[in-house]
Each structure stands twice: as structure tokens, then as C-alpha cells.
Design a protein around this ligand. Sequence first.
Ligand SMILES: [Zn+2]
Ligand SMILES: [Zn+2]
Length: 132
Amino acid sequence: MNSEIHEGGCACGAFRFRAKGTPRRVALCHCMTCRRVHGSAFGAYAIFPRDQVEMSGALKTWESSEDGRRHFCPACGSVAYMEFVSRPEVDLPLGAFDETGLFEPAYELWCVHREPWLPSGARPEYAEERTA
Ligand SMILES: [Zn+2]
Ligand SMILES: [Zn+2]
């Protein structure tokens, strides 16, 4: 694993993170919860091992499902990260990184809710959860 550090944070700067190395996977999610929390057509995440990410700043948490936790900045409302409590991983939104062009999604999930004007066929697509 490389030791590159990629930093990012929320829109107001109260929350910051430092992610070390390369993500385990990079996903683009069209599920209704990602659409709503981002207020956008989809959510895109770089998924890192929990112990590779350092964070600072106070967040609020919403239980989006039995296993899902959505963390956001109470000052500016930005999505900070999401996680599944059963997995030792942190899903960092691509748009929260300071740099652009760092990571490209390798697959798309919940394509049943994908906006019809988005291009398709660029990467593996799953109708719902990733199955492979
Ligand atoms: Zn903020
Ligand atoms: Zn989603």
C-alpha cells in the first residue's frame, strides 16, 4: 500500500479528513438516499479502510438504515462520510476531496434509480446492491 495522503473536508471547513493510501473501491451510487443526502443525481464515494482515515471536527449522524450511518457537518450541512457499522470502512464523498480527478468510480449501483440522461456502459452496473 502506498502512503500518499489525500485531504478533504466539508464546505465550511469545520470538518476535515486525511486519507492514507489508495481506496479499496470507488463507487457511484444512484440509490434514493444518496440522491437525497447529496441533493444530486448520485453519490460517489472512495471507500477506505477505517484505520487509514483521520478526521477532525464535530459531526452529526443520521441512521439511514439498520447498518448505515450518514455523517454530516451541522454547520454547513455537507455530507462528511458514510459507513456501514458492520464494516471497518469509511466511505468518503469524492466531492469532499481537495483535489479533483483523484479516483474514478469502478462500478455503479442502484442503477434502477439512475437518471435516464446519464451515460451508461462506462463501467459495471448493478440494478441494486453490488453482487459481485
Ligand atoms: Zn461544514
Ligand atoms: Zn447510495
